[in-house]
Ligand binder design. Sequence first.
Ligand code: SAM
Length: 289
Amino acid sequence: MKEIATSNRTREIIRKHGFTFKKSLGQNFLIDGNVLDQIIAAAGLDETRGALEVGPGIGSLTERLAKSAGKVTAVEIDRRLIPILKDVLAPYEHVSIVQSDILKTDLHALWQEHFTGLAGVSVVANLPYYVTTPIIMKLLEDKLPIENIVVMVQKEVALRMSAKPGGKDYGSLSIAVQYYCEPELVCIVPGKAFIPEPNVDSAVIRLKRRPEPAVSVPDEEKFFRVVQTSFAQRRKTLANNLSALSGKERKAELGDLLREIGVQPERRAETLSLEEFAAVCEALTRSGM
Ligand code: SAM
């Protein structure tokens, strides 16, 4: 049987089941086998490893994952897709389909039920673009034992996740992702690789989980609050943004504190490295700000 990720087979499955696309669920199905080759190669799977897929659609990526991994679990929110997935993936006994909203799923429980005993698990997905960032943040913050996250996202989101300090793409998403992972851009994907065609370019990015976070901080919640506050108004200086945490009356003290750790208060947040943000967080915590 021809693989699902072709224009003909995708149209045939959609017609057979009378399926209609829901734009509100970010439904753009991949029909390019070469892109799938690159996703699968980046995921580094084998029969001792598992894959969690978010949003399997009609199963084009799921089918490839089934051929490369020892266990595949795919979480799909749209009930109408469940019978289609059960039908097209019937030959693969090691594939489980779970009907659920990934953002409301207890991933620790899912891990225990589906992935116990495997050498490693990666998240591999063509993500729905309307919830890309919340999904990535949930995967990272839930602190699951994930090896790699290989995902198709909007190109500009991939650029933001992998951005280095000094440019307009660098912001709190870059820092959150790079705190937990090493990002690597795998490929840029044009709209014609999907049905229906999205009106933005996409990109596949690989986030390799670090064994330990990139920097050590006294309190993670505080670290991310400091980062968010620093970027609150991008054109403002670091000291101006951070005075929201120190209080206006301690702004001069805040300036001295930043100078002491070698960070000029006039700098903008987009120029600070992760190490500098960690030092700022440590200094603010020490001074009770
Ligand atoms: N993996 C398929 C492919 O590559 O052709 C479909 C990808 S499509 C971009 C995104 C999929 O995510 C859709 O099937 C959509 O129904 C599903 N989805 C959207 N929101 C979701 C959520 N919150 N939880 C789980 N699945 C979701």
